[in-house]
Design a binder for this molecule. Structure first.
Ligand SMILES: Nc1ncnc2c1ncn2[C@@H]1O[C@H](COP(=O)(O)OP(=O)(O)OP(=O)(O)O)[C@@H](O)[C@H]1O
Ligand SMILES: [Mg+2]
Length: 362
């Protein structure tokens, strides 16, 4: 007899220990739903001193007691009830989403637990689910934005062409073609240019994963990029100092993407420069990398703004989109390269790009 009691005590100790340290929250309740025991995890999750709650109705721990009461009724007729969603309220009245399961225990004796309730905090899981949904939503929006950008391009080209035709027409009809008219047409063209830039930025963003690598001479890439900015450089009479190193190794890049990146940087410099300002373009290389430096003696960047430069839509300019540097860094990252910006306010800005010489695997 003594032996049997000892054995039962040992089993009880073992089970109590098991429940207490089980990694999910556990509460045992009577047939009526009165709290009988619980484990450490349940105590930690709720933050409650469950000793005080002993004998009270377990459903009061939840945000919807009626839901829990229903579960307790349902479990009477079956062995278990699994993975239901519920919300528990902790000591600080915060609502914690959980998944909850009920198991009917076969103890018939009075005072022994009848139902085992286990639950697990799912707030992190919910957060991940929410983020996943957000990412999917953003990606869908990105795809749509890409399509819209693409569709806008044709009408923009047509607008540009028709503006030229309109100008010819007006010149023919109106004898004294006033500067005012010319100014207005100029504004239309500038705005069309701006829209084109935005569309290009969007399209390059959506195309970033589909890189088309070709072996490229960086010096030629920079010259090409300068060509695209000819009008702007010429109108501001910018002095360009080209310090191109001969015999540069070729790098494996998506030519169009990289050209876009260089244009964005040079354009920022030209915009920051006064009339007749100084711009220096340098290319260098070592065994591993090809380096490009774009240095301007322009307005520079205030120290507190340095951290924002790569943030999408951050711009200090009127009419700036603030996508230029963000996009540039994305492009350089895709090529396993590096971009660094250094500046002294009201004096100069220096942008360095490093691209790996060995062929990158994308
Ligand atoms: N060379 C530079 N000199 C001074 N400020 C610069 C220079 N390059 C970048 N900046 C600062 O960084 C900001 C962000 O540049 P970014 O190219 O991303 O956007 P943006 O030029 O304002 O607009 P856009 O999208 O049309 O390029 C600029 O608004 C400017 O304040
Ligand atoms: Mg820019």
């Amino acid at each position: 007899m003594k032996k049997r009691v000892e054995k039962e005590d040992k089993l009880k100790d073992y089970l109590t220990g098991f429940i207490r340290y089980y990694p999910d929250s556990m509460i045992t309740v009577s047939e009526l739903g009165e709290i009988l025991s619980w484990n450490k995890v349940a105590e930690k999750l709720t933050g409650l001193d469950l000793e005080e709650k002993k004998g009270t109705d377990v459903s009061d721990l939840f945000s919807d007691p009626l839901q829990i009461k229903d579960f307790l009724i349902e479990i009477q007729g079956r062995k278990e009830l699994k993975h239901r969603e519920a919300t528990i309220i902790n000591k600080n009245s915060e609502r914690i989403p959980i998944t909850i399961s009920f198991t009917r225990l076969d103890s018939k004796e009075k005072g022994l637990p009848r139902i085992l309730i286990t639950f697990r905090d799912t707030s992190e899981l919910m957060e991940v689910k929410k983020r996943l949904l957000e990412t999917e939503r953003l990606s869908a929006m990105g795809t749509i934005a890409g399509c819209v950008a693409h569709e806008i391009r044709n009408p923009l080209n047509s607008l540009f062409l028709n503006t030229d035709l309109l100008e010819d027409e007006i010149r023919r009809l109106v004898k004294d073609f006033t500067p005012k008219l010319e100014h207005r047409l100029g504004i239309i063209r500038k705005e069309i240019d701006r829209l084109n830039d935005i569309v290009d930025d969007y399209l390059s963003l959506s195309k970033l994963s589909a890189t088309d690598l070709t072996l490229t001479d960086v010096n030629r890439l920079i010259k090409d990029s300068l060509d695209s900015l000819n009008k702007l450089i010429y109108s501001k009479k910018i002095k360009i100092d080209e310090k191109f190193t001969k015999g540069m190794p070729e790098v494996s890049v998506d030519y169009e993407q990289m050209r876009r990146a260089i244009i964005n940087i040079i354009k920022n410099s030209v915009q920051a420069l006064p009339e007749q300002g100084y711009l220096r373009l340098t290319t260098l290389f070592n065994e591993d990398h090809v380096g490009i430096e774009i240095y301007d003696k322009g307005e520079g960047i205030p120290e507190e703004e340095m951290l924002n430069l790569f943030t999408p839509f951050y711009s200090s300019k009127r009419g700036g989109t603030g996508l230029g540097l963000y996009l540039t860094r994305e492009i350089i990252n895709v090529h396993n390269g590096l971009i660094e910006i250094d500046s002294e306010e009201r004096k100069w800005t220096k942008v360095n790009i490093f691209l790996p010489v060995e062929e990158v695997v994308l």
